[in-house]
Design a protein around this ligand. Structure first.
Ligand SMILES: Nc1ncnc2c1ncn2[C@@H]1O[C@H](COP(=O)(O)OP(=O)(O)OP(=O)(O)O)[C@@H](O)[C@H]1O
Ligand SMILES: [Mg+2]
Length: 476
């Protein structure tokens, strides 16, 4: 195994890479190094951090400032609206994509699939019509319309009539109603209504109110993922994984679904408008919000010049059935991440798997190779900076490497904090990650904020208030 002390291989930053790391193994420091390198070369990043706290945001801002990239920073922090830009994950995509995104909230819930599919059809009918009305909407609007028959009537009245979405909506609306036995009039079937929307309104409430509500409900938000990618922004996303695990992981799923749409749209634009250098998406605690529909994102992202960097603690977490994942998903992720980096591992199974993959990587790595490395050497005048940039080209010839000698399982469990084994197209090597010291400058969390031009939205939440008077179906 080559012993490459301070070099990060160039392909680490340009292809999907899977990171495996037990806690305390030096992952956060490594991510800071990656961020630093990306900021230095003017690239953009979406950094999904599983441990959301003020210190983490402060570090991110400090790094950005050091590289004159402060103005590119955007923060999404659903736990603390005072320290967050605004973002609305329901703006991008066609009706089907947005419907799928919303239905992610019902995945894995106790509800049986019949009710889920009923809810899915209802949401599809509503979103379809709302999309055709051409005005942006948000979680508050959804919560309102899923709670109020009056608003459904309003959509029926205001929606554009000669559309397919209107016909679908009409059918759905009729199905929600029944003949009143005494009067013969069509009345709302409250039981069906409740069954269809009850679970969804319960879930959506977490994004409609409170801190998350204030972050996520703008019609013209400060953060747009497609723009962020095109403009090489530095987006920090804090997930309150420890305090609000379910809301955090659901939100991450919704965000990645929005990202998937953005990446799809990127593929359709001329290559010269695609991000350069390669845009990075760092996904800490990936297993907590991974979903089977993400596999295609890995394929699409590559052609859009976006490199995905999921981090997990154990290999087996990728096939965790309790999270709706499968062996098939694990294989897809392992197969779609050409590079792997492992920090100190604690579970023998992951160590075993990584050792096997190292052998595999080496087999694929031709015995004669032309390699290019980008690296940073840490300087001592300013410990916070990695001063020197090296660009090295090397022609290397390796002879007969025994599988056994590549990396044994215990090599992975014996790694000390900050040590890693990297395997990728340039071979297998041991890395020692330099420590990124960050000077803290003050306590204030100062980041770019924007007063966005007012954009009118569908405004159902406001109308809900108006209709609520004497509206018997209003809940909560
Ligand atoms: N390359 C390194 N050289 C020296 N010390 C390091 C290095 N990387 C990390 N450390 C130290 O080791 C400790 C753990 O590092 P870090 O926070 O990066 O680990 P982690 O894997 O992110 O842990 P967690 O799972 O708790 O988030 C920290 O105190 C950090 O200062
Ligand atoms: Mg950490």
């Amino acid at each position: 195994m080559a012993n490459s002390q301070l070099f990060l291989p160039a392909d680490l930053m340009s292809r999907h890479c899977l990171g495996v790391a037990a806690t305390g193994s030096g992952k956060s420091n490594f991510l800071n190094l990656i961020l630093k390198q990306q900021m230095m070369r003017g690239g953009g990043v979406i950094h999904i951090d599983g441990k959301n706290n003020k210190d983490a945001i402060r570090e991110f801002l400090t790094l950005a400032k050091q590289h004159n990239r402060w103005h590119d920073v955007r923060i999404i922090n659903i736990d603390d609206a005072a320290h967050s830009n605004t973002y609305n994950p329901l703006l991008r995509g066609d009706a089907e994509e947005i419907t799928t995104r919303i239905m992610l909230l019902l995945q894995g819930g106790g509800k049986d699939s019949y009710f889920r599919s009923q809810a899915g059809k209802a949401v599809g009918a509503i979103i379809g019509l709302m999309r055709d009305m051409g005005l942006p909407f948000n979680f508050s609007d959804l919560n309102a319309v899923f709670s109020s028959e009056s608003l459904l009537r309003y959509l029926l009245k205001e929606g554009p009539k000669d559309t397919e979405s209107y016909a679908k909506f009409r059918i759905f609306f009729d199905q929600l109603h029944e003949d009143d036995k005494r009067t013969g009039m069509r009345v709302l079937n409250t039981k069906v209504f409740q069954h269809t929307f009850g679970d969804l309104t319960g879930k959506i409430a977490s994004y409609d109110r409170g801190e998350a509500g204030r972050v996520l409900n703008a019609y013209n938000p400060e953060v747009d993922l497609l723009r962020a990618i095109k403009e090489n922004q530095l987006v920090y996303i804090g997930l309150p994984m420890l305090s609000k695990a379910e809301v955090a992981s659901d939100f991450a799923k919704i965000l990645l679904s929005d990202l998937r749409t953005a990446v799809g749209q990127l593929q359709n634009i001329p290559p010269e408008e695609r991000p350069s250098p390669t845009f990075l998406v760092l996904m800490d605690e990936f297993s907590s919000y991974a979903m089977s529909t993400l596999a295609p994102l890995f394929e699409q992202a590559r052609s859009a010049n976006i490199s995905l960097f999921p981090f997990i603690q154990t290999i087996s977490s990728l096939s965790d059935k309790d999270r709706g994942l499968s062996q098939d998903f694990a294989y897809k992720i392992l197969g779609n991440t050409l590079s792997k980096i492992s920090f100190g591992l604690k579970d023998p199974e992951s160590a075993e798997m990584m050792s096997k993959m190292a052998g595999q990587a080496l087999k694929e790595f031709v015995s004669q190779s032309y390699s290019e490395n980008l690296g940073f050497a840490s300087g001592d005048q300013d410990a916070s900076m990695l001063l020197t940039t090296n660009r090295g080209r090397g022609y290397s010839k390796s002879t007969r490497v025994e599988y056994d000698a590549v990396a044994r399982p215990e090599d992975f469990t014996n790694l000390k904090t900050g040590e890693a084994i990297y395997m990728g197209p340039s071979g297998v090597m041991r890395l020692k990650v330099p420590f990124v010291k960050l000077k803290k400058d003050g306590d204030a969390l100062d980041f770019p904020r924007f007063r966005m031009p007012l954009v009118p939205g569908i405004g159902l939440a406001e109308k809900y208030g108006q209709f609520a008077v004497g509206s018997p179906e209003r809940r909560g």
